[in-house]
Write a protein that binds this ligand. Structure first.
Ligand code: ATR
Length: 263
């Protein structure tokens, strides 16, 4: 039986096992997919298990997407350019690190039928997933990307990867067409990002990477001020779908039943 894992810390909240195991069953594959909470010291060992074929594939989530890189043999172009890995597998005895968050975000935007071409984007946050979102936005030919993060240094580090990024201080809201919450504010339902909605709307796109809860205060208030909103559900499903396809060389379905698994 093949063995797959998602690793992170914390990991309890992860819905990846639910999705992957659903598709494993759909495709009649002899495999299991579990979640495992790790410490940084455990990364080397767990990745060596991939070389020894004790584990056939690993998904990586917060806070390890960058930290796993030194233990891998090769990175895909996407993983290398974002310095972020969320999918690991063995190919020709080499441990490959790939990034399916990029395609996940792009496919989610396509699914929402929103055209990002020439749009001005404001990203709140500079954590693990932001380099993938930036890479994806650039592929979709947005006109301007601005980052605002509480810890400015982390936004500046992203500028080493993407030279044309604009950075503003946390709390400073420049003009935008699309605003993306990539902070963890809102994971806890009561939390809220302080924004003056009266000065912002209407008719902007508010995108929240968070999908649980389904509607953060960020999205709730945006909607009440006449803006369009999307949560991170489809990005999550599409990144999982891409990883599944790479590992099993089979394309499972994404239908209402699959989408409901994540609600
Ligand atoms: P990591 O930073 O380990 O990759 P993450 O969940 O991907 O973790 O990122 C968390 C993001 O939410 C960061 O941008 C963080 O800002 P800092 O870089 O300043 O830590 C942001 N964040 C979390 N709580 C926040 C808060 N109360 N106010 C502002 N930003 C917050």
């Amino acid at each position: 039986m093949k063995k797959y894992l998602v690793i992170g810390n914390p990991i309890d909240h992860s819905l990846s096992p639910k999705l992957h195991n659903y598709w494993i069953k759909e495709k009649n594959i002899n495999a299991t997919y579990d979640k495992k909470k790790l410490d940084e010291n455990d990364l080397k060992k767990i990745i060596s298990d991939v070389r020894e074929k004790k584990i056939n594939g690993i998904n990586v989530t917060v806070p390890f997407k960058k930290l796993v890189i030194p233990f891998l043999d090769e990175l895909s172009i996407e993983a290398n350019e974002t310095k972020s890995v969320n999918t690991i597998y063995l190919n020709d005895n080499k441990i490959i690190g790939h990034n399916t968050d990029i395609a996940g975000f792009e496919l989610a935007i396509k699914y929402s039928k929103y055209d990002l071409t020439n749009k001005e984007i404001l990203i709140l946050g500079a954590g693990g997933v932001v380099s993938s979102i930036i890479f994806s936005l650039k592929k979709m030919r947005v006109s301007k990307i601005t980052i605002s993060n509480r810890t400015k240094k982390k936004a500046e580090d992203l500028k080493n990867l993407f030279k044309d990024l604009n950075i503003v201080d946390w709390g400073n809201i420049p003009n935008f067409d699309v605003i993306i919450n990539a902070t963890s504010i809102g994971l806890n339902k009561a939390e809220e990002i302080k924004l003056d909605y009266s000065k912002i709307g209407p008719n902007k796109l508010f995108y929240d990477v968070i999908y649980n809860p389904t509607e953060t205060n960020f999205l709730k208030k945006a909607k009440a001020s006449g803006n369009r909103t999307e949560n991170g559900k489809m990005m999550f499903i599409y990144q999982a779908h891409q990883a599944f396809t790479i590992w099993h060389k089979l394309m499972p379905k994404i239908d209402d039943e699959v989408i409901k698994l994540v609600e």
